[in-house]
Design a protein around this ligand. Structure first.
Ligand SMILES: O=C(O)CCC(=O)C(=O)O
Ligand SMILES: [Fe+2]
Length: 341
């Protein structure tokens, strides 16, 4: 991690409080904690997760990210993810747009496929810079494994609350290649106020396990017209539901809009790093409400309008959905309106 001590998040700006969920309690089957998670995932779709035990792994990921981002641009571009809707590899700042005017994004990404981490030292999906390879065993594989374990505990809880047969959601997320990935994000310091680092978007997978140190993440809560900061709290990950779980749950689980702006106050003078693990369904899963597998989902969907039902049924596989979402905000495709990230 380049810098470890930052100015405090300012006290005089509006923030949106998130429910704090205790991972240790979830893991031990604490009913009240599972109810808290369920409420957070269905009402806002965002929550803090404490006692997850991944902080040291995350710090090592930031070190790996810093070493990689410091490589010459020419070297990084050998691993560029390209324009084909493929998310793994390096994304240079400005490859995407943040809004309909075509304003370029400000963030670099380094994205490592779960499939490559788990196959290491074999290659599953693509190759990576030497700074990644040399830290696969010590840093990336442990981070990926821990993230999978944590997101799987949450998926199993959602599975049971949705009334699905045991292990249904987990099965849709394992046993085949997927777009699951670890993404390290670097935003430069001193971005002009009013510029967006990462445009408004929903995450397109199932669950995101996010770690940031500086402010800048904002959510647009339901029924609120104002973007509100989510304050980073040491030791607390920020977790959220993505589109795929919204589709599969018939809209019961909420994939909420969010974006990244320059850090507030004195924090703006520092590079902003974040580390995410995205859990996504395996490639062949067809995205649609699992109505035939859960009376709760069936009943919820039956009350929706045809337009709402259509919005929950993109009519494509998880693979095609990721490809479509990745193509949209690419600078070269200049069809930015729909989505970022
Ligand atoms: O950097 C952050 O705090 C959020 C990043 C994010 O929303 C994303 O990568 O999808
Ligand atoms: Fe996101």
């Amino acid at each position: 991690m380049p810098v470890t001590a930052f100015p405090e998040f300012p006290t005089n700006i509006p923030t949106h409080p998130l429910v704090v969920v205790d991972y240790e309690l979830l893991k031990n089957g604490d009913k009240r904690e599972m109810d808290k998670l369920w409420d957070a995932a269905t009402l806002l779709g965002f929550w803090y997760l404490k006692n997850h035990g991944a902080d040291e792994d995350v710090e090592r990921m930031f070190d790996m990210g810093a070493e990689t981002m410091d490589l010459p641009m020419e070297e990084k571009m050998k691993y560029e993810r390209g324009d084909d809707g493929f998310s793994f590899g390096y994304k240079f700042a400005g490859a995407n747009v943040v809004d309909a005017s075509g304003e370029p994004d400000k963030v670099e990404f380094l994205v490592i496929a779960k499939d490559d981490a788990l196959a290491w030292p074999k290659q599953a999906r693509r190759s990576y810079p030497s700074t990644v390879n040399s830290r696969m065993d010590s840093t990336i594989v442990p981070f990926v494994k821990k993230s999978i374990e944590i997101n799987s505990v949450c998926l199993n809880i959602f599975n049971d609350k949705l009334g699905l047969a045991e292990g249904t959601l987990l099965k849709l997320h394992s046993g085949e290649y997927s777009a699951c990935e670890a993404r390290t994000i670097k935003a430069p310091k001193n971005l002009p106020v009013g510029k967006m680092a990462l445009g408004a978007h929903t995450d397109f997978g199932s669950l995101s396990f996010l770690h940031n140190r500086l402010g800048g993440l904002q959510v647009l809560p339901p029924g609120v017209e104002e973007w509100l900061y989510v304050k980073p709290i040491p030791g607390h990950a920020i977790c959220n539901v993505g589109d795929a779980l919204t589709f599969l749950s018939g809209g019961i689980l909420r994939s909420n809009m969010h974006r990244v702006v320059p850090p507030p106050g004195a924090q703006a003078g520092f590079e902003r790093w974040s580390q995410v693990f995205f859990t996504r369904p395996v490639n062949s899963v067809v995205l649609r409400p699992l109505s035939d597998e859960s009376p709760l989902i069936a009943e919820t969907v039956s009350k929706l309008s045809d337009k709402q039902k259509e919005a929950l049924t993109p009519g494509m596989t998880a693979y095609d959905w990721v490809e479509k979402r990745l193509r949209n905000p690419r600078l070269k495709s200049i069809k930015p309106a729909e989505a970022q990230s």
